[in-house]
Design a protein around this ligand. Structure first.
Ligand SMILES: [Zn+2]
Length: 82
C-alpha cells in the first residue's frame, strides 16, 4: 500500500513537472523575458544621425511617419527643415 502511494506521488510529481514545462514552452517564456526597451540598443537620430540609447530617444510621429531624435533641438530642427 505504501509503495502504491509513493508511486502515485512520483507520478503526480513527474506529471506536474512536465505540465509546467509544457506551459512554459507554450507561453514562449514571456514571464522571463521582459519586453521593455533594451538599454544597450542604439538608434540613429532622424535629424543628425547621432546614435542614442533607445531608452533616451525622443519618438515623434510627424505626418504619419515615425521619427526618433537624440534631443529636442534636433526635433525642432527637423520640424523647421521639413
Ligand atoms: Zn540629433
Amino acid at each position: 500500500m505504501i509503495v502504491r502511494l509513493v508511486l502515485l506521488f512520483i507520478f503526480v510529481f513527474l506529471g506536474y513537472t512536465v505540465f509546467t514545462a509544457l506551459l512554459r514552452m507554450l507561453g514562449g517564456g514571456s514571464s522571463s523575458s521582459s519586453r521593455s526597451a533594451d538599454p544597450d540598443r542604439m538608434v540613429p537620430c532622424s535629424q543628425c544621425g547621432t546614435y542614442v540609447p533607445e531608452t533616451e530617444v525622443i519618438r515623434k510621429k510627424i505626418r504619419g511617419e515615425h521619427y526618433q531624435f537624440c534631443s529636442k533641438e534636433c526635433l525642432q530642427d527637423f520640424k523647421h527643415k521639413s
